[in-house]
Design a protein around this ligand. Structure first.
Ligand SMILES: Cc1ncc(COP(=O)(O)O)c(C=O)c1O
Length: 426
């Protein structure tokens, strides 16, 4: 009988990791209060709970004017619209991210140009950004991926030099800090998701942090059907329209949940940060595992998923096989996203945004060479579930024990790999 759970052996972790989202009577009371108030939706914008959420969230991140809305995809589209970026403009995005980072510019009518990531952090490579800048480029969307942060000093220096707008995609980075500054407060905009898997959640939801009050007023207009919003808050003139918009307003029920989430967040974030440091230490002794580099300027880590890399030859199996086996051991994990230039969606003929031959170097995806993102997505990356980091040192110990167990049985696993890939769909 095999030692491995995926081949019929006993699981390393039999107890479930803690569930997400976390809730208690406070959430029930907050939603009940919102229901009883009769103000359920988001009109007129912002409702009292949404206004409170905006204030508390910018306090939590340490700056910016917060505009809550329906999700963390629309946040980026709204930022582009508020900054006047649209048809024919180019926005640089990293190859390693969720599809929303590239589809948001497309929704605003702009063209996403995909560049490679830094292998040390898996975040956007500032050198690749610089090479991709042309007179058509209007914005950069760095993504703070998993538990990492993009090099914001380099990105902001490039933005200043080339007069570009920076929208930090902080869907994974609530509470994270770079040189003591909160994620989302360094760029012109910071985009946050409050979708149910995120570490601050209202089920669905998003918050856009804006550096300027003018951008925040425009963003509020875009999400409120184009109604003018005064700089500094409040509706200006309900009859006039100032900018093309739609109904992307956050509801009071969602804001009520997010406000309770903010109360819980500091203790959860502290626990994740401590356990991530313990995971770094524990994984560094496993052969063939590479702990991603923590930049010393990344002063507070707060994360969505913990990512590490393997060298498949040294570790013994490919990352998809490791992930399938780890999952079976009771340790939630995932291989991560596909490289962005491999998504059908972003092929120029699909988006219809790419003017034929206008940007051949960026839109002939077959000629696109993004080796670091490709290596991460196809061979190296392993994303560990956040819940592992809320189960104390034992939670981390069990995950590391399972990884070591899989490595011990690598030969057996490789013999079964073809069948496993069929079973797990790769
Ligand atoms: C990196 C990144 N950006 C943006 C989003 C979009 O957020 P939402 O699902 O709230 O639209 C996500 C969601 O998973 C994400 O992971």
């Amino acid at each position: 009988m095999s030692e491995l759970a995926i081949l019929g052996g006993a699981k390393t972790r039999t107890e479930s990791y803690p569930a997400w989202p976390v809730w208690d009577q406070r959430d029930i009371d907050a939603v009940t209060e919102a229901i009883k108030s009769g103000r359920w939706g988001g009109f007129p914008y912002p409702g009292p709970k949404t206004a409170e959420l905006a204030e508390k969230f910018s306090e939590m991140q340490g700056g910016g004017f917060a505009v809550p809305m329906i999700n963390g995809t629309v946040t980026m589209e709204v930022a582009l619209r508020a900054a006047g970026i649209g048809w024919g403009d180019v926005v640089i995005v990293p190859a390693y991210t969720f599809q929303a980072t590239a589809s948001a510019p497309m929704s605003a009518g702009a063209i996403p140009v995909i560049v490679d990531v830094d292998p040390n952090t898996y975040c956007i490579d500032p050198g690749a950004v610089e090479k991709a800048i042309t007179p058509k480029t209007k914005a950069i969307i760095p993504v703070h991926l998993g538990h990492q942060m993009a090099d914001m000093d380099a990105i902001m220096a490039l933005a200043e030099k080339h007069n570009l707008i920076v929208i930090e995609d902080c869907a994974h980075a609530h509470g994270a800090k770079w040189n003591g500054s909160g994620a989302g407060t360094m760029g012109h905009f910071g985009s946050f998701s409050l979708q149910s898997s995120k570490t601050l959640t209202s089920g669905e939801g998003g918050i856009l942090l804006c550096k300027s009050a003018e951008h925040a007023a425009l963003a509020a207009s875009v999400i409120d059907c184009g109604r003018p919003h005064a700089v500094g808050g409040g509706e200006e003139d309900a009859n006039g329209l100032s900018i093309q918009g739609g109904n992307y307003r956050m509801s009071e029920l969602q804001s009520a949940l997010a406000l309770i989430g903010i109360e819980r967040f500091p203790a959860q974030a502290k626990q994740r940060e401590e356990m991530a440091a313990y995971m770094d230490e524990s994984l560094s002794e496993v052969q063939g595992v590479r702990v991603l580099k923590r930049d010393p300027r990344h002063t507070t880590r707060s994360f969505y998923r913990y990512i590490f890399a393997i060298n498949p030859e040294e570790f013994g199996v490919e990352h998809d096989v490791l992930c399938a086996a780890l999952d079976a051991e009771g340790v939630g994990c995932w291989v991560g996203y596909e490289a962005m230039h491999n998504y059908e969606l972003f092929q120029p003929q699909k988006s219809k945004l790419a003017v034929p031959n206008a940007f051949p170097e960026y839109f002939d995806f077959k000629k696109m060479n993004l080796p670091e993102a490709t290596r991460a997505c196809e061979h190296e990356a392993v994303w560990l579930d956040e819940s592992i980091f809320r189960a104390g040192r034992q939670g981390v110990d069990d995950a590391v024990a399972a990884i070591k167990k899989i490595q011990r049985s690598a030969d057996e696993l490789n013999r079964a790999a073809e069948d496993l890939r069929k079973r797990y769909g790769k």
